[in-house]
Design a protein around this ligand. Structure first.
Ligand SMILES: Nc1nc2c(ncn2[C@@H]2O[C@H](COP(=O)(O)OP(=O)(O)OP(=O)(O)O)[C@@H](O)[C@H]2O)c(=O)[nH]1
Length: 299
């Protein structure tokens, strides 16, 4: 991924941002399906969607890895639901994903779903990022939104603010709620500690975030929407987590061998040493697991 590539893809996005998706999008715009589809097990949820209530903002290409683009890569579409307390930064993260510039934010206010195609490890995947979670409205009419969110995601991002302990506690509750709603399913869940730039206001340590992810068996990353730090890594990580569950072991191993070739020597050495020590030490194995919850490219 290069900065140039990012800049180029943003240009593409801006040009296409005004292109509305047809209302029939949920039934599949001809090329892809977003409702229950036996050919597309990852999308096989039966919850109904209300297109009039939520807007799909844009379809655009965001090639993070264009030099490796492989036309043989499967093109797939997945829903990613953002959960978390009000004010933790869900919309800010979604806006970065959508490539919305600050000056465009007012124009797009009220729109809550963002579709974008990413090229990760040489293959394209389209994510619809849904920023529809409501925690404040308790009326009956709003409950369907929460139920819908819990049912419809192919992956979940649970966001808290590192400056707000209450939001961290809510994140644990959301994880439990999600586990209850989707009991037997092995869906990717990423715990995100946002606002990592606000160092002096920190109320939740990195270790606590990581510990929570280990206990709740999910991935963990700290981001700063304000500085755009780790946001791209987050969305690329979601794609990798989806693929790790969707594809065969062989396909993932082939993909990983390409990915690992690009890893830094330090990262490779650390990974090798962790495995070596963990082989003979159960306690260490737990520690490695706690480290691996940081690594969004492995299960
Ligand atoms: N310093 C800092 N501020 C942030 C960051 N992310 C979001 N904010 C600010 O936090 C406030 C809330 O951000 P939103 O993105 O609206 O949060 P939200 O979770 O979507 O909130 P609701 O829409 O109420 O659910 C805004 O003023 C953002 O500018 C961050 O990483 N760092």
């Amino acid at each position: 991924m290069t900065l140039n590539t990012q800049r180029d893809s943003k240009e593409t996005l801006r040009r296409r941002a005004s292109t509305p998706l047809p209302a029939s999008h949920q039934a599949g715009p001809g090329d892809r399906k977003t409702t229950a589809d036996p050919q597309h097990p990852a999308l096989g949820h039966s919850a109904s969607y209300h297109p009039g209530d939520k807007t799909i903002r844009s379809r655009a290409s965001w090639s993070s890895d264009s030099e490796d683009s492989d036309s043989s890569g499967a093109d797939s579409l997945y829903r990613v639901v953002l959960l978390g307390d009000p004010g933790v930064g869900k919309t800010s993260l979604a806006n970065i994903y959508a490539g919305t510039q600050e000056k465009d934010a007012n124009e797009h206010r009220g729109e809550e779903s963002y579709e974008r195609t990413l090229t990760v490890d040489g293959e394209e995947t389209t994510l619809i990022v849904m920023d529809t979670w409501e925690t404040e409205k308790q009326e009956q009419a709003e409950n369907w939104v929460q139920d819908y969110c819990m049912q419809v995601g192919n992956a979940y991002v649970i966001v808290y603010s590192i400056t707000d302990r209450a939001s961290f506690e809510s994140a644990s509750e959301l994880r439990i709620q999600l586990r209850r709603a989707r009991q037997a399913e092995n869906i990717p869940i990423i715990l995100v500690g946002n606002k990592s730039d606000l160092v002096r206001c920190r109320e939740v340590s990195v270790e606590e975030g990581r510990g929570c992810a280990v206990v709740f068996d999910c991935k963990f990353i700290e981001t700063s929407a304000a500085l755009h730090h780790n946001v791209q890594e987050l969305f690329e990580g979601i794609v990798r987590q989806i693929r790790l569950r969707r594809d065969s072991k062989e396909t993932n191993e082939r993909r990983m061998s390409v990915y690992k070739r690009k890893e830094s020597i330090t990262k490779k050495a650390r990974r090798f040493l962790d495995r070596l020590v963990a082989k003979n030490n159960k306690k260490m194995a737990l520690k490695v697991r706690s480290k691996s919850c940081h690594d969004l490219s492995v299960l």
